[in-house]
Design a protein around this ligand. Structure first.
Ligand SMILES: Cc1ncc(COP(=O)(O)O)c(N)n1
Length: 246
């Protein structure tokens, strides 16, 4: 089955991160991508700009896509503000697609991409919603101090499940050196620690969070369960880090 995946994300024209990276990941996983920009961005070595999408156009693009057939999964990347969020939510009413929510409000270089608050993200929770915060985002969502250990990540993943998310993947790529690398997946009352090897990331290979969430959406959309979907998506990102290709 070819999953049809809606990508709601910021357009970064070089494709290092954001919508074009998402499209590449979904296609590489054998899915069909429906790409709806939530914002236009410019992210160069000295240049940075973000312009939110018009909510009317956003609604029309999601509605038009649904007129051609069902969406099997939705990946939420950068959502610049509350009006894009509420418009996209309304346009997706009555869809039973899995949602993968990447709560990205800043670029890896620290630039602000979104005005959303933890409250907005917590309001997206539901049984078929998988949220993919990194350690910093997980602490931010829960209003907690920085998370520095695998145990902190486990506890945060479980706390976010308690808030109503069907599955939570806390990405441990930024754990302190001594802690190794581990992602934590919590769902259906289980918590799995998925260990991995830290790979060197060439600076131009950005958008790993975007690719992980998009590959996950393609897998969940195809009907793969959360655990196998996360394993496949992690392999996708490992391949990207090694080769620079999806
Ligand atoms: C439009 C958009 N979406 C997501 C990211 C995060 O990616 P990264 O963490 O590599 O900066 C980004 N920089 N821009």
């Amino acid at each position: 089955m070819r999953p049809r995946v809606l990508l709601l994300a910021g357009l970064e024209p070089t494709g290092r991160a954001g919508l074009l990276a998402d499209v590449a990941a979904v296609r590489a996983r054998g899915g069909d991508a429906v790409a709806v920009p939530t914002a236009q961005t410019a992210q160069g070595s000295h240049t940075f700009a973000v312009v939110p999408a018009s909510p009317r156009m956003l609604a029309a693009q999601v509605t038009a896509a649904r007129e051609w057939g069902p969406l099997h999964a939705v990946k939420w990347g950068v959502v610049p503000g509350p009006s894009q969020l509420s418009t996209a939510k309304a346009a997706l009413k009555d869809s039973d697609a899995w949602w993968v929510v990447d709560p990205v409000v800043r670029s890896s270089r620290g630039q602000v991409l979104s005005r959303l608050t933890p409250r907005h993200y917590l309001a997206l929770a539901g049984p078929r919603v998988l949220v993919t915060p990194n350690l910093e985002e997980a602490a931010w969502l829960l209003g907690r101090p920085a998370l520095g250990t695998v145990e902190d990540a486990q506890e945060a993943a479980e706390a976010l499940c308690q808030r109503g998310f069907g599955a939570v993947l806390v990405k441990g790529g930024h754990l302190p050196e001594g802690q190794g690398l581990a992602d934590v997946l919590a769902f259906s009352g289980r918590t799995l620690v998925m260990r991995g090897r830290r790979l060197k990331r060439p600076p131009e290979r950005r958008g790993t969070g975007c690719r992980l969430a998009s590959a996950l959406a393609a897998e969940l959309g195809r009907g793969t369960g959360p655990e196998a979907a996360v394993r496949a998506a992690r392999e996708h990102v490992t391949g990207y880090l090694r080769t620079g290709r999806d």
